[in-house]
Design a protein around this ligand. Structure first.
Ligand code: ADP
Ligand code: MG
Ligand code: ZN
Length: 471
């Protein structure tokens, strides 16, 4: 029997606030263990949380970037559980009244609905020391603000899941909400997955794979879990609702806990933090701070600027790159030519040099000028590439570089005509063949002309002159 996979994601994204959410400790990655900890985030008795509005600002922006409704009223709840990385023995989250609801993102032309986004605090980290046989607790991450983005079970394939996480990561980066570095854990993903017979609308029992920290592991975990559930069902078994851990090196999921052992979190309203009120005006103002988002840029590049979906996707993959492209198009309105120069020549040089577009010496203005020069035949295509190399390595204005290196193409037709007369006179046989209809010899004559005229030869002019003379 064929099965359909049903997938819903819960994505945790750390917010780019300067301090933690309920205290003034720095919100940073890495560093020495337990150096960014205070009585509040390490839960010393008598300490009280103090909500920093910066987290709410970023959560609202995330909601707007993900097409959600932002609630004027939201509130915090306690989620109680005991674990060594959670010194308070409860996590402050938003359970009954999340800050954002009812959003979506498009993935491959399909709408994936977002059920909710809520604010919560991150837990610390346990470092397992195998040699000593102990686990050490690092509380630096305790109290780092998170948003959790929960989708509806709209996803059907591993690729769609990957696409969704990629689109969320990109939108959050554009919005300045999260740096979305999965390898550093600032974006993490739980995958809920079930299977049902193809054609059915009755969802099966789901399992939940916790804390996937790369796009690759999202895909691999889904593929593995799909086969596991399918085999189980086909051999007469039944999927039980449980929480799983993904073992990346072995490529398997293992059970963490089943529904029967699931925690009863005993949620209740957090008494130490007042509810969060956000006015429509505040929401509007925050919306105005957002840049044009990646999905609308993708659409515009395809539909208005005529780029291929793949080229558009490459350009939007980093906001600074998309901004650079747009700034260049602003100066010289030939998007295809500019995109080609960036995607073929510039990106290759950036990759080789390990540089980002923010660090290069080339300005959008100069790149635009270079493309225009190549398109208008001021310099040849080959020369344009050489000029880009100089601009990349030492900087400078393309016209200056072309002049200094004798790369400007000559538009002096008199010189071309003189050369043409000489070459046609020296090659009577070729001329005769051409007149008898052999197109091949034209290339030969072009070659002779280019050789005679050198680097500054303008092929367009040579071609025109030759054609005239051969009539
Ligand atoms: P809970 O409150 O138990 O966490 P939710 O209804 O909030 O359950 O769902 C959590 C996640 O699981 C959501 O992303 C949702 O889309 C997904 N989900 C729910 N039911 C299924 C199912 N049958 N198969 C796959 N995913 C599911
Ligand atoms: Mg859940
Ligand atoms: Zn603190």
């Amino acid at each position: 029997m064929e099965y359909t996979t049903v997938i819903g994601l819960e994505i945790h994204a750390e917010l780019l606030t300067t301090s933690k959410v309920f205290c003034s400790c720095k919100n940073e990655f890495g560093g020495e263990e337990n150096t960014r900890v205070c009585p509040r985030c390490s839960a010393l008795p008598g300490s009280l949380p103090l909500f920093g509005r910066g987290a709410a600002v970023l959560a609202v922006k995330a909601g707007l970037a993900l097409n959600c409704r932002v609630n004027n009223f939201s509130a915090f709840d306690r989620k109680n559980y005991f674990y060594p990385d959670l010194p308070k023995a409860y996590q402050i989250t938003q359970f009954n009244h999340p800050i954002c609801e009812d959003g979506y993102l498009m993935v491959g032309g399909k709408k994936i609905r977002i059920n909710r986004i809520h604010i919560e605090e991150d837990a610390g980290k346990l470092v397992h020391d195998e040699a000593e046989g102990v686990s050490l607790a690092d509380y630096n991450r305790c109290g780092v603000p998170l948003i959790e983005i929960v989708t509806e079970p709209d996803i059907r394939t591993a690729d769609e899941a990957r696409g969704f996480v990629e689109q969320v990561a990109l939108a959050l980066k554009y919005a300045g909400v999260c740096d979305a570095k999965m390898e550093q854990g600032s974006l993490r993903c739980d995958v809920n997955i079930s299977i049902m017979p193809k054609g059915s609308t009755q969802f099966g029992t789901r399992t939940e794979i916790k804390n996937l920290n790369s796009f690759r592991s999202v895909v691999r975990a889904i593929e593995y879990e799909y086969s596991r559930q399918k085999q189980l069902v086909q051999s007469g078994g039944r999927v039980i609702q449980q929480t799983l851990h993904w073992n990346d090196s072995l490529g398997v999921t293992t059970a963490l806990r089943s529904k029967e052992e699931a925690h009863d979190y005993r949620y209740f309203p957090e008494p130490d933090i007042p509810p969060l009120f956000i006015t429509d005006d505040e929401i509007l103002a925050l919306g105005k701070e957002l840049p044009v988002l990646p999905q609308s840029r993708q659409m515009r590049y395809e539909n208005e600027l005529g780029l291929s979906p793949a080229d558009a996707a490459l350009l939007i993959s980093e906001k600074p790159l998309a901004d650079f492209f747009e700034a260049a198009v602003e100066v010289y309105n030939n998007p295809k030519s500019i995109a080609a120069m960036i995607l073929v020549e510039l990106l290759r040089r950036m990759n080789d040099a390990g540089k980002n577009v923010e660090d290069i010496k080339i300005t959008p203005n100069d790149l635009a000028a270079l493309c225009k020069m190549a398109d208008e035949g001021t310099v040849s295509r080959g020369a344009a590439k050489d000029i880009l190399k100089v601009m990349f390595e030492v900087g400078g204005n393309p016209m200056e570089i072309a002049k200094q290196n004798g790369m400007l193409m000559s538009n002096d037709t008199a010189e071309v005509e003189k050369a043409a007369d000489e070459i046609l006179a020296a090659n009577p046989k070729a001329v005769a063949e051409y007149k008898e209809g052999s197109g091949k010899v034209f290339g030969f004559l072009m070659g002779q002309m280019c050789r005679a005229l050198g680097k500054s030869a303008n092929p367009a002019i040579i071609k025109k002159v030759l054609e005239e003379k051969l009539k």
